[in-house]
Design a protein around this ligand. Structure first.
Ligand code: SF4
Length: 82
């Protein structure tokens, strides 16, 4: 996987701890930064592909990434069954 997107992440302008929040307010702060990041899509795919459990990546929380992974698995099963 090409990781050149990392060099353009807006998170490089903030302390790393911003993206590993301990509460919902912190998650929202990180998500707002990610919202305007040009690396958002590859960042999210990187986190999904590497099963990264902690932190905000591509504007998503851990919980949201679990949901995305679950939905994709179900879609894959449905496509195999159809
Ligand atoms: S989407 Fe968020 S975590 Fe990912 S590179 Fe951009 S600012 Fe960093």
């Amino acid at each position: 996987m090409n990781n050149s997107w990392m060099a353009n992440g807006k998170c490089r302008q903030f302390p790393a701890t911003t993206f590993f929040p301990s509460d919902g307010v912190g998650v929202e702060v990180a998500r707002r930064i990610c919202a305007n990041c040009e690396s958002k899509e590859p960042c999210l795919e990187y986190a999904l592909a590497n099963h990264i459990d902690h932190g905000v990546w591509g504007g998503t929380s851990e919980r949201e990434r679990r949901r995305i992974n679950r939905r994709r698995r179900l879609e894959l099963i449905e496509s195999v069954n159809n």
